[in-house]
Design a protein around this ligand. Structure first.
Ligand SMILES: [Zn+2]
Length: 312
């Protein structure tokens, strides 16, 4: 009897073969953790004949996952993630390849050199009922949003996939940010995550597009309720989440969108990350990358530009 289905995709096979001492077939698919690939350090050891799975953190992870996965779910390894879902198997596989693998490849190309240290699970529940029930039964948690959330305690991104793939791409940004820029404050972490909620490929790169957060931001701009960028950047991570006047995410998102459209977003990420000790909020880096001495004047231009944007 088959309790669950594991899709041995190309990525999984590459990871397994990397563990046996071979080079992975595709350079874009490294072993889940470089530190955990002892076979590479000892190429003469006949590890592959003994128990290659023991040396493979992905295989080990899949074994422990088995106890958690309910009947009828499909499990698709997509390093550094494992995608688990209760939609039809071909739909779960398509989401793993077209959303997760796609986003990981393009985000890594622009920003993230390091994979998250742990393999993370991406649970895609097919509807609201499944999402609410399984979140309780599997994790003993109550969902914090109707779309999905990240559960560090369970090393999992937990989604109601019926609400669309946007939140999934948003959440994928966070574990990569944690691995590559752990000091990143919430305003930029959430701005970048939110940017890719609505994303597409342009000239071989991932780009964020306008999305549903635009309307509320335009209203806040018209009402003069949007704080300065200095105030946004100075918001502590805690305050960003607990004292959001309703514009934090959207303001950060459309600042990232401006930077993207001016081809300054990767430069800002790189310089912010490199100089975060001296400029932990990123505000000085932002001014420098924008080339703006007068940030009040910049904000006026940015607000006028945002008011001219359209969604859809
Ligand atoms: Zn987020």
């Amino acid at each position: 009897m088959k309790r669950w289905t594991v899709w041995m995709g190309a990525a999984m096979l590459a990871a397994v073969s990397a563990c046996g001492g071979d080079e992975p077939a595709a350079p874009s698919v490294p072993p889940p953790s470089a530190a955990a690939a002892p076979a590479e350090a000892q190429p003469d050891e006949p590890r592959a004949e003994m128990a290659p799975a023991d040396a493979d953190p992905l295989a080990e992870h899949l074994r422990t996952l088995r106890a958690k996965v309910p009947e009828g779910f499909t499990v698709v390894p997509e390093p550094p993630f494992v995608v688990i879902g209760d939609e039809p198997p071909d739909v779960v596989r398509a989401r793993a390849e077209r959303t997760v693998q796609w986003a990981v490849r393009y985000l890594k190309a622009l920003y993230f050199k390091k994979d998250p240290a742990e393999i993370l699970d991406i649970w895609l529940f097919k509807d609201k009922a499944s999402y609410e029930r399984h979140t309780r039964e599997i994790f003993g948690e109550e969902p914090t949003t109707p779309f999905g959330y990240c559960s560090p305690a369970h090393g999992a991104l937990i989604m109601n996939i019926a609400t669309g793939g946007g939140t999934l791409v948003h959440e994928i940004v966070h574990p990569f940010m944690a691995a590559n820029f752990p000091a990143c404050p919430a305003w930029f972490n959430e701005g970048l995550g939110s940017l890719y909620e609505q994303s597409a490929e342009r000239d071989g790169r991932i780009v964020g597009l306008t999305n549903w957060r635009l309307k509320g931001l335009q209203e806040a701009i018209r009402a003069g309720r949007v704080p300065s960028f200095e105030a946004l950047a100075a918001t502590s991570t805690r305050a960003f989440y607990t004292e959001d006047k309703g514009t934090n995410y959207a303001q950060a998102r459309y600042l990232c969108y401006w930077l993207q459209e001016k081809s300054l977003l990767e430069k800002f990420y790189r310089e912010f990350r490199a100089g975060a000790k001296e400029d932990p909020t990123g505000y000085e880096t932002l001014k420098r990358v924008l080339g703006e001495a007068d940030m009040e004047a910049f904000q006026k231009r940015w607000e006028a530009w945002v008011l001219g944007l359209r969604f859809p």
